[in-house]
Structures are given as C-alpha cells and as structure tokens.
Ligand binder design. Sequence first.
Ligand SMILES: O=P(O)(O)OC[C@@H](O)[C@@H](O)c1c[nH]c2ccccc12
Length: 311
Amino acid sequence: MQEVTIRRRPPHGIEAQNCGPVDFKRAEENQPRNILEEIVWHKGVEIARWRERVPLGMVMTAAKASPAPRDFIGAIQAAAERTAKPGLIAEVKKASPSIGVIQPDFDPVDYACRVQIAQAYERGGAACLSVLTDKKFFQGGFENLTLIRQAGVQCPLLCKEFIVEAYQVFKARASGADAVLLIAAVLPNSDMNYLIKAARSVGLQCLIEVHTVAELERMLLLNNLEGCMLGINNRDLQTFKVDLGNTKQIMESAAGQEVLKRGIIMAGESGIFTPDDVAFVQSAGCGAILVGESIVKQGDPEAAVRTLLEQ
Ligand SMILES: O=P(O)(O)OC[C@@H](O)[C@@H](O)c1c[nH]c2ccccc12
C-alpha cells in the first residue's frame, strides 16, 4: 500500500542542499505537483536555515526548559461536557494559499493584533487556540505562540505547522505550544510514530489530521495513537476544495465507527461557518471543531465565536 501520495523532497534535492549543476537534472521534474508538495519542500529549506542558527540540541534544551504544557485534549473534553457542543479550537490565521489574505486589518507585522484576536477568542468561549506558524504560505510565525502565551491567554495552544522533522516539534514546545498538528497526507506511519514519540518526550499532545478513509485506516494502525486526537480536514490540501460531507462520509465508514468505539476525540476541520455546520459535524460524531476563516474575517472575533457556538 502506498502510504503517502506527496513526495517528501524534490527528485533532484532541495534548494538548500544543491551541490551545483548536474547533467541529469531536469528543472521541470523538480517542480512541485501541488501546493502541499510545495509547502513541504520549502520546509526542508526553512529547517536547514533554522538549524544553522540554532542547532537541534539547543532547541531540545529550550523545549525542556519551557513552562509546563497545558492539557489540550482535556480542555476540549471539558468544554464539550460543559456546553454539550463540540469543543472549539479557534484558529489565529492571517492568510492562506487558497484565499490569500483573509483579514486585511490583521497586520502581518503587528503582533499585538494577533494577541488581541487570541484574547477575543478566549473570551468568546474557545476551548483551545490554533496558531499558524508557517511564514511563507500563511503569514504566520512561531513567535506568535510565544506572544499569545506571554499575554496571559489560558487556552492551550496548537502549533499549526507542516511538521516533517522532530526539530519543528521541539521548536513548537520551546515557543510555548501545548499540542502539534501531524498531517497523514505528509507523513508515512514510521515518521508519524517517531514524531508522536518526539512530541510526547516534551509533553506535547498530537492532533493527527486525515482527509480520506484510507488515511484514517492507516492512522488507526499506529501503535502510538493512544493519547492523541484525530481530525478530518474537509479541505483537500492538494486541491483546496472544501466539502463538509467529507466528515460525514469518513465518520460513517467502519474506520470512523472504530474511532467512536475507541473513544478517540475527532475534530471536524475547515469550512465550518454557521451553527448549522457545527451541528452537522457534531451529529457525524465530532467532539471538536477547528475553525479559522469564518471567525477571523469578522470584525468582532469574540462575537463571532459566541454566535458560532449558540443555539
Ligand atoms: O479557515 P477554515 O476553513 O475554518 O479552516 C481552519 C483549519 O481547519 C485549516 O486552516 C487547516 C486545517 N488543516 C490544516 C493544515 C495546514 C494548514 C491549515 C489547515
């Protein structure tokens, strides 16, 4: 079985490891086939640069010295029990490759603005926050995790990053994250197991994202799944198409039913705009929702969160 459809690296090596012209190199072969490949390939370049400035050992030390992590999954469960709705993971997101800039007032260099959005989400009733850390494609940053944490926000924080190496896991914890996102479309099971272990070693919980029944079946075979939560992304990261029916279809499959039987929390992710959408994914079996665009783009994020969770 082919585990992952995207290629982890360009066939002729990443830019940062380029060792001069080689005859057999064909520029067109080295082009990414979709945006997810482009993002993942660029991560290789980015991590190589980080590593030059801060070696792995130092990031690990910083991760271990960081203030104790908060219980991300516990906060979702507590909110769900209190409200009888899925626990909300509200996303601090300035831009995305699918729609470009979502909130123009959200100044890319004005960090105070991101902190204010995070505080407004918390006041509105979010259980947890998701913070985009990818700079190039999402105009995010690891520093946003630190700033939001330092501003006294109590909600546990998810580091929303395209993780391909343990370096990013330690960087997430060193920046104040309580959980990390791991994407099944990007990571074969051996990497997934390894990265879950790396996360656990510094007290981080994992949200494992799937997009298809096949990916969910593969994740259910992981021997490290215990203590993790799962998420179904309704947006296809290769085409950007959003379809809430994806959550329903996956949850109705045998694999979806197994998730419920095993008591694993499932998040419905992307394309959730209205209380009806929340009710729809809840009835499909989701105990959590991950929402960005619809609450970021409204002028009053606190009211937007309240409205979404009403009814
Ligand atoms: O803005 P939306 O449609 O509410 O989606 C939020 C979140 O689900 C989405 O940002 C997301 C889900 N998985 C991802 C992986 C990488 C980047 C982004 C994402």
